[in-house]
Design a protein around this ligand. Structure first.
Ligand code: SF4
Length: 340
């Protein structure tokens, strides 16, 4: 690990001021950043510790709920309001990492998790556009079993893939399906970013991962009024049943009315560099009976542009079946949590 300066911020204003310095990074739970510093993937000049900021509240309001950026994943997953009204989020959180990691990991930090692509985390591989812009992508022709099948290139692009990594978060897949918004603060003030716009696909700049401006601090996440409290399911397929990243995951929420679908929230994880959501896949379900045939139509829309590589073609069928299964299980109720 390279030497770095350390500063504990006493207020959001102080954190934003310090975070504006060149090479500075915010330190929350540290469950990803500190690992990457040890691997020399990340070498910040300074860490601005935000663990003592007053960003730990979960606050219901008439529009839904606001979650402070420093709410720990365990606290969020086990909060009575989240378990009761947003069980999809609780279930997704409890399927991620391990209990120890969830006790440290924060809501804001979870949004900023970096990919677990092997070639990114091992600096002995020289070709990684995310780590070294312009160096290439070792995964395209390498061992790409865990890699993306969607969103690798811009529509109409002929320049090929710059990065085929996936986003590792479970929490974010549920938040995408739940229409979350991200509240940020920076030197120029506050703004709100819709979840669909927060994470970036690789395009020609795969090293730019979010819509955050330099020095901006995530201060909270808001969820709209709960629609899927009764019928939701987070399905995660992985190599072992605990402490493993998703090969594919599905966040499925349904609002049912007399056997028909009134509205749906549907997002895939483990398939792209951001939670994969397509409004058309949800619209095709609205007004229709909750049947496997209709669920399969939504899956086909979500996966219509899939592109696979030597080792990950299995993900397309896995995701298709996962969508049908998650939506089917959502019709049967909403579990409070699973798969610790
Ligand atoms: Fe790097 Fe992305 Fe390629 Fe992995 S997939 S080697 S993170 S550029």
């Amino acid at each position: 690990m390279k030497d770095f300066a350390y500063q504990r911020a006493a207020s959001s204003e102080a954190a934003i001021h310090a975070g504006n310095a060149r090479g500075a990074k915010f330190l929350a739970g540290g469950t990803n950043l500190v690992d990457l510093m040890k691997y020399r993937v990340e070498s910040p000049a300074a860490l601005v510790d935000i663990n003592h900021l007053d960003l730990t509240q979960i606050t219901p309001d008439q529009d839904g709920v606001r979650i402070g950026a420093m709410v720990r994943n365990s606290d969020l997953a086990n909060h009575a309001l989240i378990r009761q009204s947003y069980p999809l989020l609780s279930q997704a959180l409890l399927s991620g990492a391990s209990p120890q990691l969830r006790n440290m990991a924060s809501t804001g930090g979870n949004l900023l998790q970096r990919t677990r692509c092997y070639y990114f985390t091992d600096v002995s591989f020289p070709a990684c556009n995310k780590r070294e812009p312009g160096s290439g992508c070792a995964a395209v022709k390498g061992y790409n079993r865990i890699h993306a099948i969607l969103g690798q290139t811009d529509k109409g692009s002929t320049s090929g893939e710059t990065c085929i990594a996936t986003h590792p978060s479970d929490m974010c897949v549920a938040m995408a399906a739940l229409d979350a918004k991200v509240e940020v603060e920076g030197a120029k003030g506050k703004r709100t970013i819709s979840f669909a716009d927060f994470h970036k696909l690789p395009g020609s700049t795969p090293w730019i991962e979010t819509a955050l401006h330099p020095g901006e601090l995530i201060v909270g996440v808001t969820l709209p009024a709960a629609k899927y409290a009764k019928n939701s399911y987070y399905l995660k397929a992985r190599d072992r049943n605990s402490y493993a990243f998703a090969l594919i995951s599905v966040a499925a929420g349904l609002e049912l009315e007399g056997g028909n679908i009134k509205s749906a929230g549907l997002a895939l994880g483990g398939v792209a560099l951001k939670p994969w959501r397509m409004p058309e896949a949800e619209h095709v379900l609205v007004g229709k009976p909750a049947t496997p045939e209709n669920f399969a139509r939504a899956a086909d829309i979500l996966l219509k542009d899939a592109k696979t590589y030597e080792h990950n073609a299995f993900k397309v069928e896995m995701a298709r079946r996962g969508v049908v299964r998650a939506l089917t299980l959502a019709t049967q109720g909403a579990p409070e949590g699973a798969n610790a």
